[in-house]
Design a protein around this ligand. Structure first.
Ligand code: NAD
Length: 332
């Protein structure tokens, strides 16, 4: 992605935790392509070596194989770093329902380790992956940052606790933090496999295999699906913003439109159908609703526009076309 226009200096030293994962590896690549030094801390719990293989020989890239639950690994990773983009976590609502303890250990204790290490290393700013799940059972639409409901899953609790810790660290230790509440991110390198795969890569793979995708519920649930390049833009803006009113807070990271699951599958069938016409005739299967799922999710992106100048370039259709092309060319 071209992020040069965002004044990203070419000599920052940036730590991306979870840099072998979907969002993290895209961040590593974009930052390196713009001339920065990038260090990645990852334990490969869900991340993949192939996401980083093209960066391994780059002298501006360093991999630390380690665990955010280990404070020494966090200290080593934060040493001589300007900015932290903390992405490492165990994602997925169902995973946290099946194993709340491990999600808490990684997402809360690991987060605290990273905050302490970043504070002690005196990094300039700590930007972290928060989540739209923090809106919980709030019926408010669109979601505005300062109105949240009660969490609906252990995962949502962990992501909310991250925000509380970041806020206290900024007040108590004078750290600069920014939390980015991602809304259903999708795009190249998102893992389609495993029990906890996200819906877009899972459906793309099923359709490419001529299998019927299964929607949980009647397909009316909707999401503000957000293309990866919009997420990269927000991370870069969070690093580069010199507006001190923009820090020590959280932002929605979304496009600001919602799409139902039925509409989503329709678009995927249409775009994949351009590569293989049989795909456009595949029927949808409907299954039971999932525990912890929020019916509708739509973000207001006004705060990000106002304070960080966010100007997302990719709506769902534009993003899906790019994503589908990537899956067709790389994973078929
Ligand atoms: P991902 O699973 O692809 O990436 C997470 C990365 O963290 C992986 O590389 C994994 O190996 C690493 N990791 C996990 N536990 C670790 C540990 N103990 N120590 C070191 N590394 C560890 O997930 P993603 O979709 O790229 O998500 C990145 C971040 O964004 C996460 O914090 C997630 O909660 C958040 N988020 C993602 C979405 C989304 O739609 N993808 C939405 C909201 C929030």
């Amino acid at each position: 992605m071209d992020i040069e226009k965002l004044n990203l200096s070419s000599n920052y030293r940036i730590l991306v935790t979870g840099g072998a994962g979907f969002i993290g590896s895209n961040l590593c690549e974009a930052l390196i392509n713009n001339g920065n030094f990038v260090r990645c801390l990852d334990n490969f719990a869900t991340g993949k070596r192939e996401n980083l293989s093209h960066l391994m020989s780059n002298s501006n890239f360093e991999l630390i194989e380690g665990d955010i639950r280990n404070s020494k690994d966090c200290q080593k990773a934060c040493s001589e770093i300007d900015f932290v983009l903390h992405q490492a976590a165990l994602g997925s609502v169902p995973r946290s329902i099946n194993d709340p303890y491990t999600s808490n250990e990684v997402n809360v204790s690991g987060f605290l380790n990273m905050l302490i290490a970043a504070r002690d290393a005196k990094v300039k700013r700590f930007v972290y992956a928060a989540s739209s799940s923090t809106y919980g059972d709030s019926k408010n639409m669109p979601k505005i940052e300062n109105i949240i409901g009660s969490p609906l899953s252990p995962y949502a609790i962990t992501k909310y606790v991250n925000e509380l810790y970041a806020n206290v660290f900024s007040k108590t230790y004078g750290m600069e933090t920014i939390g980015l509440r991602y809304f259903n991110v999708f795009g190249r390198k998102q893992d389609p496999n495993g029990a906890y795969a996200a819906v877009i890569p899972k459906f793309v793979m099923q359709l490419m295999d001529h299998k019927s995708p299964t929607i949980n519920g009647d397909g009316s649930f909707s999401r503000d699906f957000t293309y990866i390049d919009n997420v990269i833009e927000m991370n870069v803006r969070s690093i580069t913003s010199s507006n001190l009113k923009a820090v020590n807070t959280v932002y929605n990271v979304a496009y600001g439109e919602r799409t139902s699951l039925n509409e989503l599958v329709g678009l995927l069938k249409q775009y994949l159908g351009e590569y293989d016409s049989k795909i456009s005739t595949i029927d949808i299967t409907y299954g039971p609703e999932r525990k912890g799922d929020v019916p509708h999710s739509l973000a207001s992106i006004d705060k990000a526009k106002k304070f960080l100048g966010y100007n997302p370039k990719f709506d769902i259709k534009h993003g899906l076309k790019h994503a589908v092309k990537w899956y067709w060319e790389n994973l078929r």
